[in-house]
Write a protein of this length. Structure first.
Length: 536
């Protein structure tokens, strides 16, 4: 599932609001109008009415818990990092601004990056260096922009953005992005502003696949896109930086197509299917804090043996075979990495990710034993394209054995089944662990999951227990013994009722335990950071 339709509307309204902001001093109030309007059919009809009349307040199913606004007035807030108690940096996806917030009040803009915020692009992820108190390093994942559309609409004019293009106006023009427009950069915090230090990596961003070459792809009707950028970045307990990027519409090795979508032709007009710089997508990368490659990465020796650009990129890979994700978090009790993964119309997932894992996309989504159901839904419902016209769902395997035999397995790679799945998409987004007992001892170590659309329960908040060894999802509902919710339609809560802990949180893109021990949820659509706390 993806945020595409919701964010297209957000992009339009943000542009309109920016024009208003040039003459209006009430920036925070305007920002709330922007986000609230995403939740109604007519944005213009909403603007004439106050936010409070439109958005139901978030609520929790546990009567011992409550929720309050910790900070508000943001334009598409997407992520946050705590600098200390009552001190945080909040990212605004569509404006490229990092807002410094103290005691719930915006103190100023730490930096205003020039982003392409079309679709799911923009300012997406933040992480603080493990030794932030000494280094003052802040890491950002964002999508840079070019100033004009390319001369050729299927070939960008630039391979990447020069650092001199880092600041300036934003754009929502889908083609105004270089080939490798997704960046992870390191900045230095001085207490009020961020100063650019270095680039760690530049990743694929330009999606315009309806090119006349390579011939025979069957995608001449494919329009440009800007989704599946991933964008969450996290430092692990090992001190390494983990970066997730979605498939960005590529169809090569990292998407389990050894010879590309239509063998023996390349993946697209830029080559492939090997994961060179233009095709390193659908992966979790593991990097040193300066962007260099750790020598103990799972495919380090494999990439060294392959050599060249794609060999060097393979050495950076921690895991692959991902469609897209808006949520990634480390379990504070076990140190293991968990992600949520978005299917197309079916089989959203929660996964525990191990070094060298192949998650299975595009051959498998959901448990491999359900591959026939995966194919049946994707070939009969909705667009029936898996988004990319050049590899339709009719090519999916018919049996688990056939699907698993098609996986592109780098030496040392392994496939593992998801820990939890929904048959029909419920569109999960941000995930985070409760670290501590501030909400009650029964919540310590639990995994919370937000929604990437407010369609279900106004933006649900799900809660998962983990088993004692922290390896699996624990369930109380006997219908979930197989760790699959057999819901009956998209955005249907059937068999997930026991997971529901909150309603009306909107699009929840970030969930974290704060310094005070409470749980914080960033709502992109509501323009708010919420704080969940235990009643006294």
């Amino acid at each position: 599932m993806k945020l595409l339709l919701l964010l297209r509307l957000a992009n339009v309204i943000t542009n309109q609001t920016r024009r208003t902001m040039h003459t209006s001093p009430t920036r925070g109030r305007t920002g709330r109008f922007v986000l609230g309007s995403l939740l109604v059919v007519s944005a213009l009809a909403y603007v004439a009415r106050p936010l409070e009349a439109q958005l139901p307040a978030p609520s929790l199913t546990d009567p011992n818990l409550d929720v309050r606004v910790a900070a508000s007035g943001f334009v598409t807030p997407v992520s946050l990092a705590f600098l200390g108690a009552n001190d945080m940096l909040v990212l605004e996806k569509n404006t490229g601004k990092v807002q410094h917030v103290v005691s719930g009040v915006v103190q100023g803009t730490a930096i205003d990056l020039a982003v392409n915020f079309a679709s799911e692009r923009g300012l997406l992820g933040i992480a603080l260096h493990p030794d932030f108190a000494t280094s003052h390093y802040v890491y950002l994942y964002w999508t840079c922009r070019t100033l004009t559309n390319p001369v050729d609409p299927v070939r960008p004019d630039l391979e990447h953005c020069d650092d001199s293009m880092m600041l300036g106006a934003d754009t929502d023009q889908i083609l105004q992005v270089p080939l490798r427009g997704n960046r992870v950069d390191r900045f230095v915090w001085n207490g009020s502003t961020l100063t650019y230090d270095r680039n760690l990596i530049m990743l694929h961003a330009f999606q315009a696949d309806g090119a006349p070459e390579p011939p025979g792809q069957g995608d001449s009707a494919q329009g440009p896109a800007g989704n599946h950028n991933g964008g969450v970045i996290r430092f692990g307990p090992d001190g390494k930086l983990y970066v997730i990027i979605g498939d960005n519409g590529r169809r090569g090795w990292m998407q389990n197509l050894a010879s590309g979508p239509t063998p023996p032709t390349p993946d697209d007009q830029f080559g492939g299917p090997e994961p060179d710089n233009a095709h390193l997508t659908g992966v979790i990368l593991r990097l040193n804090d300066d962007g260099s490659t750790p020598s103990n990465n799972p495919f380090s020796s494999v990439g060294a043996a392959i050599g060249g650009e794609h060999g060097a990129n393979i050495r950076k890979v921690f895991a692959y075979g991902f469609r897209n994700s808006f949520g990634m978090a480390f379990d504070p009790l076990s140190g293991e990495l968990w992600v949520q993964l978005n299917g197309d119309d079916t089989f959203d997932e929660i996964e525990r990710v191990e070094a060298g894992q192949n998650s299975g996309w595009v051959q498998v989504m959901g448990p491999s034993e359900r591959v026939a159901q995966f194919k049946e839904i994707e070939t009969t419902f909705g667009a029936r394209t898996l988004q990319q016209l050049r590899w339709p769902p009719t090519r999916l395997a018919d049996t688990p054995q056939q699907a698993l035999s098609r996986l592109f397995m780098l030496p040392g790679a392994h496939y593992s089944e998801p820990e939890f799945s929904w048959v029909w998409a419920v569109a999960p987004a941000g995930i985070g662990f409760m670290n501590g007992t501030a909400l009650g001892p029964q919540y310590n170590g639990d995994l919370f999951v937000g929604a990437s659309r407010p369609t279900l329960e106004g933006g649900y908040l799900f809660r998962f227990n983990l088993t004692g060894n922290r390896q699996k999802i624990g369930v109380d509902d006997p219908r979930l013994e197989d760790r699959v919710s057999d819901n009956t339609a998209k955005f249907d809560i059937t068999e997930s009722e026991s997971l529901l802990i909150g309603r009306n949180f909107g699009v929840g893109t970030e969930i974290q335990t704060g310094p005070n021990g409470n749980l914080y949820v960033v709502s992109l659509t509501n323009g708010v950071v919420y704080e969940i706390f235990r009643k006294k």
